[in-house]
Design a protein. Sequence first.
Length: 166
Amino acid sequence: MNTSPADPLVVASATPEETTRLADGLGQLLGGGEFLALTGDLGAGKTHFVKGLAAGLSIDPRLVTSPTFLLIHELEGRLQLVHMDAYRVHTGEELAEAGGADLVDGRKVVAVEWAEKVPDFLPDDVLEIRIRVTGEEERVFEFQARGPRAAGLLRELADRVAGDRR
């Protein structure tokens, strides 16, 4: 596990339940205004990760569905979660015009699936979450901070993951 701010945090998950715990733990660390950019192949578990994130924000995970056709879901909990899906858009401008720009206000948690498709929509301060499939249920998560707020969040997450492994 790498923990310096410039280095990514790499976490392996053997089961969907481990993935849920990881995402829930991240959700518990959020204070509002964070921007999370999720990337990974189709079926990698981006929406599953957002379900765990929602649980950490005191949102019923069953309310989280893939926003592929609606593009944007807003969910209320301890903090408001804005869940966006860029799979069917071609530019960040399209996502912004679909209402995304109005929802990035510095108070809500924003999670964007397929973020690699909309680099022009992403802010300068973002926590990138790359999900790699390594087996039927196994995943590797690589968290990379871009910006000071995301770097602080990454340090907190690294500490939490290290504590969970003890």
